[in-house]
Design a protein. Structure first.
Length: 168
């Protein structure tokens, strides 16, 4: 298993990514939202400890049932993902996280009852987790390069027909 703790700077987060996560798309948010986001991002950068871990293992995909069997466990990944994994013989399982410190920060914001800050923090946390997953993918590719292997897009429970219960 490969495990990495990242620095906030490793994530290279841009404000447009956070605003997009908030639902602004390409439109600029209002001045208050920009100020709150800047302030919260500066705060989070001081304590957040994002990271990832992953392992690569053999597995078997049954395309008829859209079931991936790995290490004696069955994952019902759905037809869309099953089609993407067709022909694969090895699989990478990973976790990417904003870290427990960030989760504690979110709980404090909830307890304070400031729903605007909760909303902004949720967007920031989502971007941090995605960026941590990007870092994981870069590390995975460095591992695969000598073998000439390629990897598919990353998939998570809750997407493309893979039921969210697969997170367990």
């Amino acid at each position: 298993m490969i495990k990495r703790e990242l620095n906030f700077e490793d994530l290279a987060i841009g404000l447009p990514e956070i605003y997009e996560q908030m639902g602004y798309g390409t439109a600029a948010p209002d001045a208050m939202t920009i100020g709150e986001t800047d302030e919260m991002l500066a705060c989070v950068a001081r304590f957040v400890r994002p990271g990832f871990c992953f392992f690569v293992t053999d597995g078997k995909l049954d395309p008829d049932s859209a079931t991936l069997t790995v290490m004696g466990r069955d994952f019902s990944v759905g037809r869309i993902i099953s089609r993407q994994l067709r022909g694969s013989s090895r699989y990478t399982f990973f976790i990417a996280t904003a870290g427990t410190e960030f989760e504690e920060f979110q709980h404090k914001l909830m307890d304070d009852g400031d729903m605007v800050k909760v909303f902004i923090a949720d967007a920031i946390g989502s971007v941090i987790a995605e960026k941590a997953a990007d870092c994981m993918e870069e590390e995975l590719q460095r591992l695969l390069d000598p073998s000439g292997w390629r990897h598919t897009n990353r998939f998570s429970p809750g997407y493309c027909g893979w039921h969210v219960s697969g997170q367990q």
